[in-house]
Write a protein that binds this ligand. Structure first.
Ligand code: PNW
Length: 509
């Protein structure tokens, strides 16, 4: 009798206890893509008239900062291997390729007064090759590599920086508006500003603890908005493209249900998400009230006469508010938040935020120390954004997983499947998600982690002069998801051979 009951139960709920057997499909118009960024893949750091970027300067001045000593000087050599890169995208069967343009490659000193035709020729070829093969280019204008010339003028802390960015954007829009219909202005302002100016984790690595990181946030948001308004005014009617911004949108849950940690998670959400979301995507615009009051209070305690957080004028609020056709979501992981027990002696972003992060002890770890798998967090951040920001139109512009070198990346294949399953549930519950981008198409320079953390669907052999690329297991799993438009946790490829298969459905943008 017991055996029969157990069998019956297994039949009903499956032996793993999973009751939900509904097959969910990605809608026909849903787009799949893969991503990279200029500094991380291109190499050719000083070729053909390219100007120096803040990342070139950062790693050349302090080589010890890169874990394994492999920097972006050569990287994955995509500057020369773009034909093979597009071939890989065709093997995967993606609808679009997200890549970034290196500002100093096309405008060596940052200004449109000197345009480097040879640098543009590289992007001309790449874009042409993509379009020939029916793959939409999704261009990021800024992915962390500011021209060093502009950094010497203060970089993103200079109030003129938003104008520099608009001027750069105009040159690129003029050149590619007829071919590129998907644009990302900037990638992860929090990384640019908090990690680049407020710490030494990312270039320019200035570790400034006064107002600079917040000034940077304001200028990056203004630069984004000016580029958006420019496109809206000059190009939109004729070319009908869409312009968005990519924000780091990880999920933050309270460590436990104490009141003090409920307050801490609220701070984390407003400092890490709201600081960038509210100005652009809320009805009122401006920085979040909680961030304004918290930073003002801390600033006073620390002896500043005014808040470290700059104010946005009514004109600036209006300029920034609504300046996106879609929200680019970069989602990797979830953090559990506690009120900090640290005594922050010097003023800093961390002191203002006053929260400590940890992650679930049971969550599977990736190679990167900050990255653990918690697919439920993707579901929760979607539902949170829907509630706080009234169902924004979104594209996941990055999601990924790091491993050591090796082709048998079962953990990445599982991670993609689990997160895409969570995404399907979020979409079923109303999330307006239009696409998904795997980070990354291939192994690349993971900033100061060098090549010690591999994010690629394709492995890159950094020791070989030809930087040979080979599909990993995850590439085949992703290809199968794109082909079938569903996630089958059981599916396994018969070999690691990957071939170009022609698709019959092409996404309409
Ligand atoms: C992104 N986190 O950065 C960047 O846009 C990419 O250039 C980078 O290679 C990729 O993700 C992997 O790191 C992130 O702590 C850095 O949650 C840190 C986090 C998330 C994204």
């Amino acid at each position: 009798m017991r055996v029969v009951l157990v069998c019956l139960l297994n039949l009903l709920i499956g032996s793993d206890g999973w009751t939900d057997t509904k097959i969910r499909k990605f809608p026909k118009q849903f787009m799949f893509g893969a991503a990279s960024a200029a500094y991380q893949v291109e190499g050719a750091w000083d070729a053909d008239g390219k100007g120096e970027s803040i990342w070139d300067r950062f790693v050349h001045d302090s080589p010890e900062i890169v874990v394994d000593g492999i920097n972006g000087d050569v990287a994955s050599d995509s500057y020369h291997l773009w034909r093979r890169d597009v071939e890989m995208l065709r093997e995967l069967g993606v609808d679009f390729y997200r890549f970034s343009i290196s500002w100093p490659r096309v405008l060596p000193n940052g200004y449109p007064t000197s345009i480097n035709e040879a640098g543009f020729a590289y992007y001309d070829s790449l874009i042409e090759e993509l379009i020939t093969h029916g793959i939409h280019p999704m261009v990021t204008l800024y992915h962390f590599d500011l021209p060093q010339y502009l950094q010497d003028l203060g970089g993103w802390t200079n109030p003129l920086s938003s104008q520099w960015f608009e001027d750069y954007a105009r040159v690129v829009f003029d050149r590619y508006a007829d071919k590129v219909k998907l644009w990302i202005t900037v990638n992860q302002p929090n990384t640019i500003c908090i990690d680049g100016y407020g710490s030494n984790a990312m270039a320019p690595g200035l570790n400034l603890k006064s107002k600079e990181a917040y000034e940077c946030v304001k200028n990056v948001l203004l630069g984004h908005a000016k580029a958006y308004r420019l496109y809206e005014k000059v190009y939109k009617k004729k070319h009908d493209g869409n312009v968005g911004i990519s924000l780091a949108l990880n999920w933050f849950d309270p460590f436990d249900n104490s009141t003090i940690n409920a307050e801490a998670v609220e701070r984390a959400r407003e400092f890490e998400i709201g600081m960038y979301m509210r100005p652009i995507f809320s009805k009122t615009g401006d920085f979040p009230t909680l961030v304004k009051t918290t930073v003002a209070k801390k600033s006073q305690e620390q002896g500043f006469t005014t808040s470290k957080l700059p104010t946005l004028t009514p004109e600036e609020i209006t300029l920034i508010k609504g300046s996106a056709d879609f929200l680019g979501m970069n989602h990797y992981t979830t953090f559990l938040v506690k009120a900090s027990n640290k005594q922050h002696m010097t003023p800093s972003y961390a002191a203002d935020l006053h929260a400590d992060y940890s992650q679930g002890a049971q969550w599977k770890p990736a190679k990167s120390p900050w990255l653990k798998s918690a697919p439920y967090g993707l579901y929760k951040v979607c539902i949170y954004l829907n509630k706080e920001y009234d169902y924004p139109t979104m594209i996941i512009t990055e999601h990924g997983w790091s491993t050591a070198a090796g082709l048998g990346d079962q953990s990445r294949a599982d991670n993609i499947r689990q997160y895409l399953s969570a995404l399907l549930l979020a979409m079923e519950d109303g999330t307006e998600m239009r696409g998904y981008t795997a980070w990354s198409l291939m192994d690349n320079i993971e900033w100061t982690a060098g090549t010690s953390e591999r994010f690629g669907l394709y492995q890159v052999d950094f020791d070989s002069p030809t930087k040979e690329r080979t599909a990993r297991l995850s590439a085949l799993v992703y290809k199968n998801i794109i082909e079938t438009r569903e996630v089958d946790p059981q599916w396994e490829p018969s070999s690691l051979n990957i071939k170009i298969t022609s698709k019959n459905v092409k996404a309409e943008l």
